[in-house]
Design a protein around this ligand. Structure first.
Ligand code: SF4
Length: 93
């Protein structure tokens, strides 16, 4: 089995995550189990993040049910999903 991929096969991909503000903080802030000042701090950091929209889309696309993404708690994302207009769902009702 060949394991050496060689440097010519390595591709450097820049993603929205490279610009995430949260990489400069303790990740635990985004996964506090109860609403505390830690969550408040995390939400403040998200509020200044330039990739907030991409982060929120990522969380919703991947159905992430824990933690803060895109400046919203898991509960807030759930509420957003619940109240977002879904024409496919409406046609079947
Ligand atoms: S919006 Fe997403 S990427 Fe930006 S700081 Fe918050 S959790 Fe991190």
């Amino acid at each position: 089995m060949k394991t050496d991929i060689g440097i010519s096969n390595v591709t450097c991909v820049q993603t929205w995550m490279d610009d995430a503000q949260c990489v400069h903080y303790d990740p635990e802030l985004w996964f506090s189990p109860i609403h505390t000042t830690r969550i408040t701090l995390a939400l403040a950091v998200c509020g200044e993040c330039v990739v907030r929209a991409e982060c929120l889309t990522y969380a919703r696309t991947n159905d992430l049910r824990y933690g803060i993404f895109g400046g919203l708690t898991a509960q807030q994302r759930h509420q957003l999903t619940k109240h977002t207009y879904n024409p496919a769902k409406r046609e079947t009702e």
